[in-house]
Design a protein. Structure first.
Length: 111
């Protein structure tokens, strides 16, 4: 098996601790992809939601590039870190569930 290079596209709008958020996202997504060939990369976007009714809310969107179908999660919170952690938890759960299901072909709908 040939190891593929894992990459994370990262963008954080309006967050003062962008470097820390990037490090956490790369660490957790890298651990999820470690020693696997189904996950080739991810995209992380954290943006401030500035509206009159939501003045201090952040939204994090994480897309994991997983073969054969990509997986996405979105989370909103009052801090950029909280939104990122929630979206990463959702991605980790979905990827693990997908891997378990792919390991059980009798439960797969696409076969």
């Amino acid at each position: 098996m040939v190891a593929t290079e894992f990459y994370v596209e990262f963008r954080a709008e309006g967050s003062p601790d962008e470097a820390d958020l990037r490090e956490e996202a790369e660490r957790r997504l890298g651990a999820l992809a470690d020693k696997r060939d189904d996950m080739i990369g991810a995209s992380v976007v954290i943006e401030r939601m500035e509206r009159a009714e939501t003045p201090h809310r952040f939204r994090a969107r994480v897309v994991a590039y997983v073969r054969p179908d990509n997986i996405a999660a979105t989370e909103q919170a009052e801090s950029a870190r909280g939104a990122l952690k929630g979206a990463l938890r959702a991605i980790e759960r979905q990827v693990r569930e997908k891997r378990i299901k792919l390991g059980r072909p009798w439960e797969r709908e696409d076969l």
